[in-house]
Design a binder for this molecule. Structure first.
Ligand code: LCS
Length: 393
């Protein structure tokens, strides 16, 4: 059977599998740091790239490679590089694609540290960055400079839920000779495939939907072509931000149920978004599944589902948000997202706390914004929890 031609769910169950001497149904954990060679000649061939035998786990490992093959298949990419976290994916990409004096244009409302590392750390290496609202395509084109090498998009954006038109940005990137990088964490490969829309590189914090069980921190980068793949893999090996085999095993296990988890979570999310939007204490709400979302139509075109992330604000602002967060019991007051459990958090004081007040304001990360990651519990219980919490506001 040609797994590349099979459906998404079949790929989820079978794409990464290996055929070992025991007929293992599931990819085992090859918990070894190094691999022995049959002979010195064979060892030399492995190092010369003339044999694909394993050498050392930082460079490659059967459990990790199984996960890489599987995610590359799900994103329709040439290959994938598993790394220790989503931030390791972002920094490996920055360090691989940028040299001193190069410039990047990026979505302003991205995961806080992915912006912070550029503006506060990599500025020392001469990397330049401009953060803008990428929902406005003209703004992107205006921000491009002679030295712009990369356009970096997060859609839907964390935490504003704004959606950027990937096809339109891909056209601009290609016109200006830039590489398009997309952080696809909020969708997972089940809901959005940026490489099919023209992106060059996609990455995920697998800590979120892909693993989905709030027990692993991990990341992965997928590329459309071989040259960029080799460049990124070499950087990962040199930085040493490889994944661990046990981590890969857990992600492989979580991944198998990606579609059933997301189907359930987004079914819940729609009910919760409808409940919140009608609630008299709610001032505004952004959820891609509701017509009130400013890019509702675009979301329907480029995403295969609405996802399970909601952002909203109360009429009582930050004071009300604090009261709600302190009075929900089922939803955990915690950062992270995309897991089986419902989470609530306050981006302005938590995930995006280090973004300056001014930049937060410009990016729409307002003080009243509450981010809600809907889990797979019963929707009625999550709604009941919110209802009683809102009564205390
Ligand atoms: N990209 C996005 C969109 C994220 O939401 C995160 C983490 C990362 C990259 C970084 O991934 P990590 O290194 O944590 O695996 N987002 C978090 C959040 O919103 N709350 O806690 C972590």
């Amino acid at each position: 059977m040609n797994i590349k031609k099979s459906g998404f769910n079949t790929k989820l169950i079978h794409a990464g599998n290996i055929h070992d001497q025991f007929g293992s149904a599931i990819v085992p954990i090859y918990q070894t740091s190094t691999f022995s060679f049959e002979s010195s000649e064979e060892g030399a061939k492995c190092f010369a790239g003339e044999s694909d035998g394993y050498i050392y786990t930082r460079i490659g490992n059967p459990t990790i490679n199984a996960l890489e093959r599987q995610i590359a298949a799900l994103e329709n990419g040439f290959g994938a590089i598993a790394v220790s976290s989503g931030m390791a994916a972002a920094t490996t990409i920055y360090l691989s694609l940028l040299s001193t004096g190069d410039h990047i244009v990026s979505t302003d409302a991205i995961y806080g540290p992915a912006r912070g590392v550029m503006e506060k750390q990599f500025i020392r290496f001469g990397f330049q960055s401009t953060y803008i609202n990428t929902t406005n395509i003209e703004t992107i084109e205006k921000a491009i400079r002679r030295n712009t090498k990369v356009i970096y998009i997060e859609t839907p954006a964390n935490p504003t839920m704004e959606i950027t038109d990937l096809k339109a940005v891909a056209e601009i990137a290609s016109k200006h000779g830039c590489l398009l990088v997309v952080d696809n964490t909020f969708c997972s490969p089940y809901l959005q495939n940026p490489l099919d829309l023209g992106a060059d590189i996609v990455f995920h914090s697998m800590t979120k939907f892909i693993n989905g069980h709030a027990d692993v921190v991990a990341g992965i980068i997928i590329t459309k072509d071989k040259t960029v793949y080799s460049q990124l893999r070499t950087m990962m090996i040199h930085l040493g931000c490889n994944m661990d085999p046990h981590q890969a095993f857990l992600v492989l296990r979580g991944l198998k149920t990606l579609s059933v988890r997301i189907d359930r979570a987004q079914e819940n999310a729609l009910k919760i978004a409808e409940f919140l939007e009608k609630h008299p204490k709610v001032a505004w709400l952004k959820y891609p599944g509701l017509k009130s979302h400013p890019q509702y139509k675009l979301g329907k075109q480029q995403m295969k589902g609405n996802g399970s992330m909601i952002s909203f604000g109360l009429k009582t602002g930050f004071e009300g948000a604090k009261k709600l967060m302190n009075n929900v019991h089922l939803a955990l007051l915690a950062v992270s997202l995309g897991g089986i459990e419902t989470l609530i958090q306050h981006p302005a004081s938590m995930t995006h706390a280090k973004v300056s007040k001014d930049d937060k304001q410009k990016a729409g990360i307002t003080d009243d914004l509450i981010r809600f990651s809907v889990g797979i519990e019963d929707a009625k219980d999550i709604i009941e929890d919110l209802k009683q919490g809102l009564e205390k506001v």
